[in-house]
Design a protein around this ligand. Structure first.
Ligand SMILES: O=C(O)CCC(=O)c1ccccc1C(=O)O
Ligand SMILES: [Mg+2]
Length: 368
């Protein structure tokens, strides 16, 4: 049983080693919020809010998430016993949406509860893998730069590469990549850069035998995606469009996608993510864990989640040093021969690097 004595929010800003561009924006400085939940015994559990500084990806931002956590979510958790982290979504039921704010706090409760129980987060979630396959995302850039980056990532051992595309920067770069890497497990992510008017251009991508095309159409759509899937040989994977278990269920019913990307923050927490996992596993739908340019804390949650059997494709889970000069956890996440070990220590299985946290923290607020 967990009783939260206090919750601390940390607003941090970390500079990416290299700026990350997609069809909508370039992220250079990554702002995020860490949530630390403490119990009566002084143990701490950690979660991370992966919202961005501006609402380009989904509606939430660092600012909305701070407000919603502070004024609505944290008061629903403090001082009232929780038997299991799976109860957290029920506490939050009267707050509509704001999945990234909810996921951050639920994640902190999961970590804390696992530490009290002496369980690893991976095993508490039902994970079975000791190692997960690492994949990597390559941001939009000129084709020479993208090709050089892919070369480096392949040398570092990544087993699946995803590249960002948009109209005017898609087929030519794919030609170049396939020339150099005919067999590389490759996919693209459009972050909603296309419409059904681009059907002919999207069909041209079929010949590159991509693993999938991620989120080609609108972030809030599952109807046009179903029409597109009927015309494409390449499987569509939805990201932005899937913000809950029910969204996934409906998208699969409509055949709007044939692959699912789960991000813990986007779907409102680990409990919802696990429900989506179970659904995809029952239906035989390939599933992978997405990334949000996160710090080591959310990365640790992702590794635990991806250790579940139904996560059967490499995700956007990369090494700490792919993003940061110095991450917020010890040890850092490393990729060995294309794989990442799943830690078996209590909770997330990594220590928070408090010295580095102090160095990158802009605002800290304690709620009791
Ligand atoms: O390496 C990562 O963390 C994921 C890279 C990525 O594609 C991404 C990064 C930030 C926000 C959205 C996305 C996405 O999957 O669309
Ligand atoms: Mg995506």
């Amino acid at each position: 049983m967990v009783i939260l004595r206090q919750v601390t929010l940390y607003h941090v800003r970390m500079t990416l080693k290299t700026p990350f561009s997609n069809s909508l924006t370039t992220v250079t400085d990554r702002e995020l919020i860490l949530a630390e939940a403490e119990d009566e015994e002084g143990r701490s559990g950690w979660g991370e809010c992966v919202a961005f500084s501006s609402p380009w990806y989904t509606e939430e931002t660092i600012g909305t998430a701070w407000h919603v956590m502070k004024d609505f979510l944290i008061p629903r958790l403090l001082h009232t016993p929780l038997l299991h982290p799976g109860e957290v979504p029920k506490r939050f039921r009267s707050v509509r949406r704001h999945p990234m704010a909810k996921a951050a706090l639920e994640g902190a409760v999961w970590d804390l509860w696992c530490k009290e129980q002496g369980l690893s987060l991976a095993s508490a979630l039902g994970g079975t893998r000791d190692w997960i396959e690492a994949g990597v995302a390559v941001g939009a850039a000129d084709p020479d730069t993208m090709l050089e980056t892919i070369r480096q990532r392949v040398e570092e051992g990544y087993r699946r590469v995803k590249v960002k595309v948009k109209p005017g920067a898609d087929v030519e770069v794919l030609e170049r990549i396939r020339e150099a890497f005919p067999e590389l497990p490759l996919m693209v992510d459009a972050n909603s850069a296309y419409t059904l008017n681009d059907l002919e251009q999207l069909k041209r991508m079929d010949k590159f035998h991509l693993l999938m095309i991620e989120q080609p159409l609108s972030a809030d759509d599952i109807v046009d995606h179903a029409r597109l899937q009927a015309e494409l040989a390449t499987p569509i994977c939805l990201d932005e469009s899937l913000q809950s278990f029910d969204d996934v269920r409906k998208a699969l019913e409509l055949d709007s996608c044939r692959v699912v990307n789960v991000k813990v923050g986007r779907v409102g927490g680990l409990t919802e993510a696990k429900r989506i996992h179970d659904l995809c596993q029952r239906k035989g739908i390939p599933l992978w864990c997405g990334g949000m340019l996160e710090s080591g804390i959310a990365r640790a949650h992702n590794i635990a989640l991806a250790s579940l059997e139904g996560f059967n494709l490499p995700g956007d889970i990369s090494a700490s040093n792919r993003y940061w000069e110095r991450d917020l956890i010890r040890p850092e996440v490393t990729v060995e021969a294309g794989q990442i070990p799943v830690p078996d220590g209590p909770g997330i299985g990594f220590e928070v690097d408090r010295e580095q946290l102090r160095a990158v923290c802009r605002v800290r607020q304690v709620f009791t």
